[in-house]
Design a protein around this ligand. Sequence first.
Ligand SMILES: Cc1cc2nc3c(=O)[nH]c(=O)nc-3n(C[C@H](O)[C@H](O)[C@H](O)COP(=O)(O)OP(=O)(O)OC[C@H]3O[C@@H](n4cnc5c(N)ncnc54)[C@H](O)[C@@H]3O)c2cc1C
Length: 709
Amino acid sequence: MTELNVLPDPRPFYERAADQLAALIDAVRPEQWTGPTPCSEFDVRELVRHVVAGTRTFAEMGAAAAAAAATGARAEAGPDAMGERTGGSRWETAIDDVPDDGWVTAYAQARAQLTAAWADDTTLDALMRVPWGELPGRDVLLAGVLDAVAHAWDLARAIGDRRELDQELAGCTLEAAHRMLPPERRGAPTPFGPVRPAPEGADAYEELAAWLGRHAKWSASTDAVSAAAAGSAAGAVDGGGSLDSAIDALATVLKGSVLRPADQRYDAERGTFNSAVQHRPALIAGVADAADVCAVVAFAAARGLPVAVQATGHGQAIASAGGILINTRRLRGVSIDPEAATAWVAAGVRWEEVVPQAAQHGLAPLNGSAPHVGVVGYLLGGGISLLARQYGYAADRVRTIEVVTPDAVVRRVTADSEPDLFWALLGGRDNFGVVTRVEIDLIPVTRLYGGGLYFDGATQGADILRAYRAWTADLPEELTSSIALFPAPDIEAVPAPLRGRLVVHVRVAYTGSVEEGERLVEPLRAVGPRLMDSLADMPYTACASIFAEPTNPMPYDGDTVLLGELTQETLDAIVEVTGSGDVPCIVEVRHLGGALTRRTGAANSVGLRDAAYLLGVLSPLRGPLTADVVRPIHRSLLAVAAPATVGRPLAFMGPSGQHAGEAGPDAAEELVRSAYRPDDYERLRALKAVYDPQNLFRLNHNIRPAVRR
Ligand SMILES: Cc1cc2nc3c(=O)[nH]c(=O)nc-3n(C[C@H](O)[C@H](O)[C@H](O)COP(=O)(O)OP(=O)(O)OC[C@H]3O[C@@H](n4cnc5c(N)ncnc54)[C@H](O)[C@@H]3O)c2cc1C
C-alpha cells in the first residue's frame, strides 16, 4: 500500500469543493446544457451527469470503507467489486435520467450520501483496493476531492462563470494530483491525457488543468474543437499564429504532405466515390508511413483537433467539417506468404491489387463486389465478400492489425496480444485509431462458376424477385448471390440489350462445379428469357465482372438495412419504388446467412450476424433530384421492410446516416448503435473510453466513449 501523505483528513476539503461545485451547477442556464466543456467527451449536461455519478461512486466507496473498518478486512471498491452493480466494465455508478432542472437536487443528494458514508473517522484508515491502487480510505476520498475541484473548473469554464474559485483548495489538490497521477501514468487506461505545460502566470486551477491534460486557457468561445467541428478552418487552423507555425513544423516532420484548404492539391486529396459527401477538413495529412501517422495523431491530440481517416473514399462516410483528415492512400505494399496462405496489406491498397497477386499462388482474398474498394476500410467494417456465405465475414480472417491508437502509439495487435483492442477494431472501424496495415488469411480459390443473369424489370421484376426469395431459402453455402433492380441509362457504355430499361441483375458466385452451378440456377432461368446471361466458369481474377459495378465517382444518396427475412410486402415495395420512374432507384438485396452467421475466426465486434438479407436502396443525385427528394422514397421502402429489419450494416451506413446525424447527436448515436448487438455496443463504448477518452476519432460513425471517471 502507498500512502500519499497529502491531507490527514480530506473531509473538510471535500465539503469546500462540493459547496463550490453545487453553486456552479446551480448557475447553469437552460441554454447552456449542450455547450462544449474542456473535457471534449462531455457537453455540459454529460459533465454534470458524470459529476453526480462520480459522487455516488465515492459514496459507495465510503460505505465499503466503513464496512471494511468494522471488520478489519480490506475494502474491494474497484471495477471487479463494483462491476456487477454498475454494468460490467463501467464502474461509475449508473444514474437514471435526470431532467435539466433536477441536477442541483441530484448532486445535493449524492453529496449528502458521500458525506454520510465517510462520516466515521475509521473510514480514513480503512485499507482499500480501488482501480488506481491499494490505498488508505483518506487517499481514496482525496481522489474525490480532486474530482470535485477539477470538474468545478471545467464547469466554470464551460458556462463562462467568472466567480473567484477557492485557490487554496486547488493548491492542495494540485499537490495530490502530482503524487496520484505522475506524468508516466497517462493514456489508456488512465482517463487523463499527457501533462501539458502550464501557461505563464497560471493560477492553481490552470496548473491543475494542465497537469490533468486539459488546455489551461480553454474557454467555450475559443474552443478549437468546436471551431473545427463547425468547419471553421479560420478558428482551428489559421486563427492563431502559433498554430499556423505548428502546422508548418508538422509539414517538415512528415514524409508525406500537409494540405490546407487554400492548397492546390487539397481538393484532389479529399475526393470521395460518393461525391455528394464532401469532406472539408481544416487540414489534410497525406501520411507516408506509420511514423507520419503517429506525428499527425499526436499533433491532433495535443490540440484537441478531431480526426477522420480516408483511404479510397468509398465509404459513404460522414462528411468531415474541420479537424484533420488523415489520408492513407500512400501507405503501399502487398506481401504474400504462399506457404502460410497469408498476406500483409498496407492501408492504402485496394482489393484489385491483392486479387491478381494472390492468384499467382493459387489463392484469393475475401474481397467484396467492387475491387476498387480499399482493403482496410472494408475489413474494419466487417467485409461481406463475394464468397461470404461460404467463408463468413472477411474480418474473421484478419490475423494481425498494425494500428496507431489515439495516444499516438503504434501497436501490433492480435487476438492474443490485445484481445479487447483487436475485438473493437474489427467492427468499430476508425473509432479506435488509424490502421496502417493488416495481415489476412487467403483462401485456396482460383476459379468460380459465376456471372450475372439479366432480366427485364418492367415485365419480369415481380416474378424474378419472388423466385429469388424462394431460391435463396435453400441454397448451399458455396453459393453467394445478390439481386439488383436498376434503371440502365440509354448510353453506349451500357450493353445494348440493357440500354434504357429497368434491369433485374442476379449476381452469382459459386465455388462448386459448372454442372452443379447450372443445376442450382435453373429455377431462376426458368422464370423466363434473359436480356443477357453471363453465367460461366471464370478465373477468380475476373470476379469484378460479377457485379460489374461502376468505378467512376458520382453523387448519390442511399440507405441500407439488414433483414431477418424477405417478406412479400418488401418485394412488392421494391417493385413499386423501382417502377415509379419519378425518382430512379437502385435497389439491391444481398443473400447473407451461411457462414456469416458463425464466427469463423477470433472474436470481433462485427455485429448482427443473424441477418438473412441485406437491403440497400440508392439514387443518383442530379438536377432536381436532391437528397430531400429521394430520401422520402427510400424511407417508404425501408418502412415496409421495417418489421423484418434487425439493424444497419456499418460498412454501408451512408449519407442518410449523415442526415440522421444532422438531426442531432442522439439520432446519430442511435444510428451507429443499430449496427451492433446491444451488449457489444456498450462494450465498444467502454473500450472507446479506454483507448480514445477524448473522442479524438469522432469525424465518423461515432462510438461515443462511455462515461467514466
Ligand atoms: C461500390 C461499392 C461497393 C461495395 N461493396 C462492398 C461489398 O461487397 N462488401 C462490403 O462489405 N462492403 C462493400 N462496400 C462498402 C465498403 O466496404 C466500405 O465503404 C469501406 O469502408 C470502404 O473502405 P475504403 O477504404 O475503400 O473507403 P474510405 O472512404 O477511404 O474509408 C471508409 C472508412 O473506413 C475507415 N477506414 C479506412 N481506412 C482506414 C484506416 N487505415 N484506419 C482506420 N479506419 C479506416 C474509416 O472509417 C473511413 O471513413 C462497397 C462500397 C462501395 C462504394
